[in-house]
Write a protein that binds this ligand. Sequence first.
Ligand code: NAD
Length: 285
Amino acid sequence: MDKKSLSSTFTFADGNKMPIQGFGVYKITDEQQLISAVKDAYDDGYRLFDTAQMYKNEAAVGKAIKNLGVKRDQIFVTTKIAEENQGYDKVMASFEDSLKRLELDYVDLLLVHWPIHTHFFETWRAFEKLKEQGLVKSIGVSNYGMIHLEYLATKANEMPVLDQIETHPYLNQYAMINYNKAHNIVTQAWAPLGRGSIFDDPVIVKIATAHNKSAAQVILRWQLQRGVSFIPKSVHADRIKENGDIYDFELSDEEMKMIDQINKNKRISQEPEMVYEIGHQYPHG
Ligand code: NAD
């Protein structure tokens, strides 16, 4: 059994560290609910909180963090620049607004939420500038495929340290994960649970029963053992705790393979290539 825990970290190519497991806050817009979910998560040991301009809850996340009353370096905060705020000047201005809403002096990780063909390089230039200014400790991307990363590499001074992508047992994305590994980019899974769509899968149920664990715990353990970061979301104290309680059992190589084989290449959200072409992630914006 490896010795990982909820406080285990990955070290980025830029030398900074990030907790492997985090807490996602997409769709939590009620301020009190968010404050209480973040408190529950922190008390359980979560240290990474993942928000975005698009989630319209950065201000509530700011309040939730303040409510924790902990030193800034005890938590890791990620936010993301929305498609409509891409472009050099808009990134700089909208990020300043994000920082104000979050009531923070810096964020640990800033991501380009989706690749879009307009402003592709100048958005990244702004990211490099924000890092240089110390307002952002690490810079990364989200929903970037190989071709986006290879294109970015033609002009970037610094490459993203992380790529946050949709990946779960029904969309295992091994080709992309292997590419990221080979390029020293951490892969972070969004919708790591497939938003609940995989809980009844017979393979998951069988493995969960064998370990006396829940389907959610088996899926998150699979994410951990295949070497990706993951940020499940829940507003329920018992589920938040359950999702963090995955460090006392181990999946065998055979069980890992069984889960690998239920892949359907099935997306919950948009095709990144289409968002790149259209310039926004519909139906938003
Ligand atoms: P998820 O896979 O984390 O699933 C969350 C849902 O699963 C919950 O709403 C709940 O219904 C259910 N759930 C969670 N724990 C459970 C448990 N133990 N038992 C039963 N049901 C449980 O999906 P998500 O919220 O879409 O993704 C997680 C985070 O990823 C988001 O909150 C957000 O921070 C981030 N995200 C990023 C992007 C992006 O484009 N970068 C897109 C979507 C989400």
